[in-house]
Design a protein around this ligand. Structure first.
Ligand SMILES: Cc1cc2nc3c(=O)[nH]c(=O)nc-3n(C[C@H](O)[C@H](O)[C@H](O)COP(=O)(O)OP(=O)(O)OC[C@H]3O[C@@H](n4cnc5c(N)ncnc54)[C@H](O)[C@@H]3O)c2cc1C
Length: 377
């Protein structure tokens, strides 16, 4: 666990414009790579992290809220995974020079994108230690074999950050990150067969005897799982911040519609049952917001994984019921293209990506004593 520190060293924001103003210059349907490029060029990506690589929850919230406001959930997912997971893991394992350092510079400045490939073709995503993608590390070359499924940005990213095993067994020291150029011989990408979150360019990746120089290993061999665990909290925090932005956006839209829609001469917004259901959603989202506020620093600065599991569980429990009520309250219009019913389907990723809700609830149960002790303190 990282030692707490009261001194923070975030670079001053290079762009005087906030994320919303930067993104306002882009075309309406700008793809993820263009959004990433604009954020990078304005210094919004680099400005997320302090010198130790910890993310600033407030800046992360601002960025994700601005990206979410564009209404393309796939693009937001792509930005989120890169900013909160792929980039921090790459930065933590980058040496002073070589291909990993070069890729880090390009991704951080927004000129290139990076996909994080952990979920394996040969094992359930909930069984990370069972992954079978292997890397053979020799003195002159490394060889990668295996496959990854449901990887965000896979169809467009020039780089993959791949979690592989360098020895058999489930022990946490058996895993290593490898940086793989998407155009290396032996890399094959297939788009995921889905109409949801299309802006995320999600795909499956096969690695058939991919040969690279050893300086493509990211961090020390055997540190892969530890590095992943250390940064997992940041992705979970980012997911919660996005969940607040997205549910607030849909709630706003829903309230506007309820105000405009009349039944028997009165706006639906004045119907008491409608108001109470809506208000219950508002309470849940406000609670999620409060949890983000209360746990954000603990997760980002102190890598508190129990707090991260608590937050991700809350997201899993809140987002779907809130969006289900919103979609229902929008009536038939909820079924329109890119309507609330579609948003609800896409938001299923909150309960699946980066750890299913059941798995994080297990972690919360593991920490029941300390959570209760805090509540009673
Ligand atoms: C849109 C999208 C983008 C993604 N992007 C990435 C990415 O960029 N990089 C990456 O590496 N991966 C990515 N993933 C993969 C994601 O991390 C996995 O889908 C996730 O870890 C779950 O794994 P799985 O789909 O194999 O489900 P499984 O592990 O097969 O689980 C299936 C279901 O079983 C139940 N279940 C599983 N475990 C338990 C348990 N312990 N207790 C009770 N019930 C349980 C849950 O209901 C779960 O939904 C993405 C997935 C999606 C959908």
């Amino acid at each position: 666990m990282q030692a707490p520190t009261n001194v923070r060293h975030f670079p001053s924001r290079p762009s005087p414009l906030g994320p919303a103003a930067v993104l306002a210059t882009l075309p309406e349907r700008a793809p993820a790579a263009l959004v990433w490029e604009a954020c990078g060029a304005a210094g919004l990506i680099e400005g997320l992290y302090d010198r130790k690589g910890s993310v600033d929850p407030r800046r992360l919230a601002e960025l994700l809220t601005a990206v979410d406001a564009r209404g393309d959930n796939g693009v937001t997912l792509s930005v989120l995974v890169q900013a909160a997971s792929a980039l921090p893991v790459l930065a933590a394992g980058a040496p002073a020079d070589g291909p990993v350092r070069e890729a880090l510079g390009r991704v951080r400045s927004g000129t290139q994108t990076l996909a994080l490939a952990a979920t394996d073709s040969a094992a359930a995503g909930s069984d990370l230690a069972g992954l079978q993608t292997e890397v053979v590390i020799g003195p002159d070359e490394i060889v990668l074999r295996g496959g990854k499924r449901w990887i965000t940005t896979a169809c467009t990213a020039p780089w993959f950050l791949v979690l592989a095993r360098h020895r058999p067994g489930r022990h946490f020291t058996s895993f290593t990150w490898v940086l793989v150029p998407a155009d290396a011989p032996g890399v094959r990408v297939t788009p995921a067969d889905t109409d949801l979150l299309t802006g995320a360019a999600t795909g499956h990746v096969e690695f058939t005897d991919v040969r690279l120089t050893p300086d493509h290993v990211v961090g020390r061999p055997g540190r892969g799982m530890v590095a992943f665990a250390q940064h997992m909290g940041t992705e979970r925090l980012a997911g919660a911040l996005w969940a607040v932005a997205l549910t607030s956006r849909v709630l706003t839209d829903t309230q506007e519609r309820l105000t405009r829609r009349h039944v028997d001469g009165l706006p639906l917004w004045h119907n008491s049952s409608v108001r109470q259901r809506y208000a219950a959603c508002l309470v849940q989202v406000r609670q999620l917001h409060a949890l983000c506020d209360g746990l954000g620093d603990r997760i980002a600065r102190h890598q508190d994984l129990a707090a991260a599991a608590l937050l991700k569980s809350a997201v899993g429990l809140v987002v779907d019921p809130v969006l289900a009520v919103c979609a229902q309250l929008q009536g038939a219009d909820g079924l329109s293209r890119d309507g609330a019913q579609r948003v609800r389907s896409e938001a299923a990723v909150f309960g699946i990506g980066g750890g299913v809700t059941e798995l994080v609830l297990d972690t919360v149960a593991d920490h029941a004593q300390s959570i209760l002790a805090e509540l009673r303190a």
